[in-house]
Every structure is written in C-alpha cells, then in structure tokens.
Write a protein that binds this ligand. Structure first.
Ligand code: IMP
Length: 199
C-alpha cells in the first residue's frame, strides 16, 4: 500500500491538530507546523475567520509547498455583540492564554441572562501559496457561569452545546468531534481533500 498523502496543518495548537487528526483517521499523514522549524509565524491581521484562515494556509504553503490546511476559529457570544470572535485567542490580554480568556469571559458574562453563543470554524486548503477552497462549520450552545470539565481546550469548559447537559470539556474529544464547529467544517472538506490531495 502506498503511504497516505501528506496534509500539513497551519497551526501550532496541539489540540486542533489532535482533533483534526482523529477526525481524518489514517486517510492522510497529518503533520502540523511544529514539525517544520523553518516555518514563519503568520500574523493574523484579518477581521474575519476566512481572512485569517486564508493568511495562514497561503503563508505556510508558500514556504512548505504541498497541501496545507488552516483552521481559524472562535467563540461568538450574543450578549457581547459577537465578541470575542476572531480575537478569541487573545481575549484575556495574552495570546493563547486560555485561563485568562475564560476569566475575562466569565467576568463579562456576570449577571447576564442572555447566554447564547456559538463556536465557528473556517478551514482553508491551500497549495503553493494559493487558497484552493474553504469550508465553514458552527455549533450553537450557551455559556455557563462556572467552568466545568478538564478535557479539550480554550473555552470548552464554559460551553454547553445545544441538546447536551455537559460542557465540551466534560463531553471529551470523541463526543466533541461528532458535533463541533471544526468537525462540521471538516466533514464538508473531506470530499475535496480526498479527491484533490490524493492526486
Ligand atoms: P485561532 O488559533 O486564531 O483560530 O484562535 C482560536 C481560538 O478560539 C482558541 O485559542 C480558543 O480560544 C477559541 N477556540 C476555537 N476553537 C475552539 C474549540 O474547539 N474549543 C474551545 N475554544 C476554541
């Protein structure tokens, strides 16, 4: 059997990589940019998930060649006018500091009765520096008042998806991967990935 085609993820977030790898199974050899120290840090200067996902996929594929998949994602909270949105990873003041992000979210939501929120994810697939396709997914739910659960990452301990009584951090990766924003975007991308990348 020939080796599976290689797909490089334009992320340094080990949780995103683990989720995407688990969902793609052994159809692809999934690596992320931590395997390529020569990869530059891509500045996320866009104002939408699509713009940022495109910057990352095109920027990394320009350097590495081959097929690159990026994920730009975040949480939109209705009571906060859609914030933190594209700024989800630095909401607490420090890029990638999930506990500070969650502390700020809890503080901003104190006393709020409107708790509706959703995660959104946009995936961009690029090759040789050019975006080839994009796919989006979202999952509706609500923000709770106290963090619950130890699995997952980011805002998972504060988010209960519709139809469930537990947070993503309590439900764990296998359940999260059946209904998350990321899995819904990836489900749309699968056909394209299988037909383009295997050639
Ligand atoms: P990005 O790396 O710029 O796409 O930022 C994504 C940020 O959105 C993460 O740092 C988290 O704060 C949040 N986020 C995205 N997806 C998830 C998820 O599946 N669970 C929890 N938080 C998420």
């Amino acid at each position: 059997m020939p080796p599976p085609p290689r797909l490089i993820l334009a992320t340094r977030n080990a949780h995103k990589t683990a989720e995407i790898r688990a969902m793609l199974g052994d159809r692809f050899e999934v690596l992320d940019v931590t395997s390529f120290p020569e990869c530059p840090e891509i500045e996320e200067t866009g104002t939408t998930f699509l713009e940022n996902a495109r910057l990352k996929a095109e920027g990394i594929s320009r350097v590495l060649g081959g097929w690159v998949l990026s994920d730009d994602s975040g949480l939109e909270v209705d009571a906060l006018g859609g914030a933190p949105g594209v700024w989800s990873s630095s909401f607490g003041g420090e890029e990638g500091n999930h506990s500070r992000n969650n502390e700020r979210l809890l503080a901003e939501m104190e006393g709020q009765t409107e708790r509706r929120a959703r995660f959104r994810c946009t995936l961009v697939l690029a090759r040789e520096g050019l975006a080839q396709a994009n796919f989006s997914g979202s999952v509706e739910g609500r923000i709770i008042a106290n963090s619950r659960g130890a699995q997952g990452f980011g805002y998972d301990p504060l988010f209960i998806p519709d139809g469930f009584a537990q947070t993503f951090a309590e439900l764990g990766e296998s359940v999260k991967n059946t209904l998350s924003h990321r899995s819904r975007a990836l489900a749309k991308a699968i056909d394209f990935l299988e037909h383009s990348i295997s050639k």
